[in-house]
Design a protein around this ligand. Structure first.
Ligand code: GDP
Length: 301
């Protein structure tokens, strides 16, 4: 992810550095190029525009043109603006990784479209919580539409060596969710990960089902899983889920693929929810915490 954007930006900044002293026109020209690079990386248009305006305002404010290393100043400002866009502002420290900071059993509701990586990410979260945080984790599949999904989660639970809620044929998502929470209380689980059903595209029935589970369970975390490879579609999906269901974190999967990365830069501005996790492979240990400063560093090379 970000390779193309990173390559484009380093080209822009190298040219700027070679100039030495900078005129306002040089800076404007560079910002135009940065804007094009952002759009080509699939950053949403209003988000790209906003980023560039912020950089321009600050660049003018610090009189970079007369400073010792003006190009370096521009890069620093772009870096700061990217970090903020990715959710790295002050007070955002608690918004990374998996948040289980609530009385047990902590419920984490996984939502998203089919194929986004929801079930895999549920398994990854379970493994991480068991091994790193020593939590007792229960996985439960609420996907009654695809029996294969329930079996897939059971298999992942075995691999991650965590509990899985026994499947009872004929139960609906609300009944399964209630049984998962009851089981967790009775058997003293720390965390319950509820994997909901997805569809290939947003549809009202799916949203209504997920929203009713959320109302009943009142999860501590509602994590939206989106596929980075789908670019702007991922952003539109996130907007729809935010409006109807309400999410307080995003897990972005397939960042190991050659996604252009723009979705990551647009997510915060469009949904207000922080990206907390990155999925970087099919294996259960391929889960990373999202660090805005490190991602900005990767973008700027
Ligand atoms: P769900 O329908 O949303 O539950 O999606 P799944 O968890 O079944 O994932 C769909 C496919 O994507 C599976 O083949 C996963 O192995 C794969 N997958 C999930 N996360 C990642 C990831 O971060 N990177 C890669 N390369 N593949 C992933």
């Amino acid at each position: 992810m970000f390779e193309a954007l990173s390559g484009r930006l380093s080209g822009v900044f190298d040219r700027l550095r070679r100039r030495g002293a900078l005129s306002e026109a040089d800076v404007n020209e560079a910002l135009r190029e940065v804007r094009v690079a952002l759009l080509e990386a699939d950053v949403a248009l209003p988000v790209a525009r906003d980023l560039i305006n912020k950089v321009r305002e600050r660049a003018v404010g610090v009189e970079i043109i007369r400073s010792v290393s003006p190009a370096q100043q521009v890069v620093k400002i772009v870096n700061d603006v990217l970090v903020e866009a990715l959710g790295g502002g002050e007070g955002d420290d608690g918004q990374r990784g998996i948040d289980t900071n609530a009385p047990a059993p902590v419920a984490i509701l996984m939502v998203g479209l089919q194929g986004s990586g929801k079930t895999t990410t549920s398994g990854k979260i379970a493994l991480r919580l068991r091994t790193r945080d020593r939590k007792k984790v229960l996985l439960a599949s609420l996907d009654v539409h695809r029996p294969a999904a329930q079996l897939q989660l059971e298999t992942l639970a075995k691999q991650a060596e965590v509990g899985s809620l026994p499947i009872i044929a004929g139960q609906g998502p609300l009944e399964i969710a209630a049984r998962a929470m009851e089981t967790a209380r009775r058997e003293l689980y720390d965390v319950v990960v509820l994997d909901t059903a997805g569809r290939l595209a947003i549809d009202e029935a799916l949203m209504a089902e997920v929203a009713s589970v959320k109302t009943m369970v009142k999860p501590h975390q509602t994590l939206l899983v989106v596929d980075a490879m789908t670019g702007q579609d991922a952003v539109n999906t996130a907007r729809a889920f935010q409006e109807v269901v309400g999410v307080n974190g995003i897990a972005m999967t397939r960042v190991d693929g050659d996604a252009r990365g723009g979705a990551a830069l647009s997510m915060r501005a469009v949904t207000g929810a922080p990206i907390r996790l990155l999925g970087a492979g099919e294996k259960l240990d391929a889960l990373e915490d999202f660090h805005p400063d490190r991602i900005a560093g990767r973008i700027l090379g």
